[in-house]
Design a protein around this ligand. Structure first.
Ligand SMILES: [Zn+2]
Length: 400
């Protein structure tokens, strides 16, 4: 009875073992096969082999169903619609040449795998025997490993490039700093001297609490060691004045030297920066290397000259002092003294951004022309006031 059923079964297999040309157009290579029943059902639905059931002649019992199996050489996985084939303990493969599922590779004896397959199972249940796809999985895995490897190599290359860029930038910064250092060491002597003097000045200021004697000695020795050059200075009106820079440390020192040399009262010899329209303060350190920044302004030694005396006593609108002579009357009617007015102009206009002054009492405006006239300005002073007002005008426009 048993042998009879086996014979019948074999006849059925033989009948259906005929090649199935309708399978061929349905073959597609896939990266992986379903790994469980759920995935298998869903993949089968997608493949929709049942749509071809009626136009195929391979299987009379309509078993033209979804398969995901190895190809003939077991190098790839293929999805294919094919008649069910009963496997006798070997991994299922689909042969394009035989146009059917094949079953005979001793190397793919899955009864010897762990876990083993049944000695007889239908080809469309191959998902139960994942060990059959093992080596394909490995090759896909190795492909993704390859991808990972490429990504890794790219990352390394980018990292190396970034490090190189950082190194180059650091090198450039290093070279620049070194260059600056070298540049500093080849600065002209006078510049270095100026720096030294500056540093020493700072030290002296720091040590203000110490005895004045020490201060004086250190200042004197530095001055002696420092500058012994003669420099040419130009006044606002273009006159050249040669002056020794010996012992000149601050602007005050320079003014003292010049006033002595030119026999001009100290208050009438000022040092200005005509480009920026500012007056140098006495405490400012004189920088011998930047001589071109210093312009001399020789002032009027007798400002009151030319104003009429009326003998009356008035209040100075700027200083609030009572003044009886040497006074001048402003356009608004208020009185002041030319010297006081000039000091006020010096104090208020340079670097202020204003282009005129206001009377402190009546807020009438005193313009350039009036200031020049009432201060009894020298040629140098007129020119400098002009520079100041030009600079202030620019500043004002920029602010607007
Ligand atoms: Zn006034």
């Amino acid at each position: 009875m048993i042998s009879l059923s086996v014979i019948v079964c074999s006849i059925v297999q033989l009948a259906s073992s005929a090649s199935c040309p309708q399978s061929i157009p349905t073959v597609s290579v896939v990266p992986r096969c379903p790994s469980n029943e759920k995935e298998w059902i869903s993949a089968a639905k997608r493949k929709n082999c049942s749509a071809l059931e009626n136009c195929q002649t391979c299987s009379k019992d309509r078993s033209f169903v979804y398969h995901c199996v190895l190809n003939k050489n077991a190098t790839e996985l293929v999805e294919v619609c094919a008649p069910i084939w009963y496997m006798s303990g070997f991994c299922a493969r689909f042969s394009m040449t035989d146009r059917r599922i094949i079953n005979d590779d001793p190397a793919l004896d899955c009864t010897k795998f762990v876990p083993p397959c049944l000695t007889r199972f239908p080809s469309n249940e191959s998902f139960k025997y994942q060990m059959c796809y093992r080596h394909i999985k490995f090759s896909t895995a190795s492909q993704s490993e390859k991808g990972e490897h490429t990504t890794f190599v790219m990352t390394v290359i980018i990292a190396v490039l970034v490090i190189l860029v950082i190194l180059v930038i650091s090198l450039l910064i290093f070279i620049r700093i070194n260059w600056k250092k070298n540049n500093n060491s080849i600065k002209p002597r006078c510049e270095k001297i100026a720096e030294n003097v500056y540093e020493l000045d700072e030290l002296i200021i720091e040590s203000k609490d110490d005895s004045k004697e020490i201060e004086k000695i250190s200042l004197d020795t530095t001055r002696k060691d420092v500058v012994e050059e003669v420099a040419n200075f130009v006044t606002m009106s273009g006159k050249n004045i040669l002056c020794s820079l010996k012992n000149v440390v601050t602007i005050r020192d320079l003014r003292e030297k010049l006033s002595e040399k030119e026999s001009v009262p100290l208050k009438c010899l000022l040092v200005v920066d005509k480009e920026n329209g500012v007056l140098y303060q006495d405490a400012t350190v004189f920088e011998p290397c930047k001589k071109e920044r210093y312009t001399l302004m020789v002032g009027n030694t007798n400002r009151t000259q030319g104003f009429k005396e009326d003998g009356n006593v008035h209040t100075d609108v700027i200083s609030n002092k009572q003044i009886s002579h040497g006074k001048c009357q402003m356009c608004c009617g208020h009185f002041t003294v030319p010297e006081t007015l000039f000091d006020w102009v010096k104090d208020k206009l340079p670097g202020s951004g204003d282009v005129e002054l206001q009377c402190p009492r009546c807020s009438d405006v005193w313009e350039e022309e009036e200031l020049v006239k009432k201060c009894n300005m020298s040629e140098d002073e007129k020119l400098f006031l002009n520079c100041v007002l030009e600079v202030n005008e620019k500043t004002k426009k920029m602010k607007q």
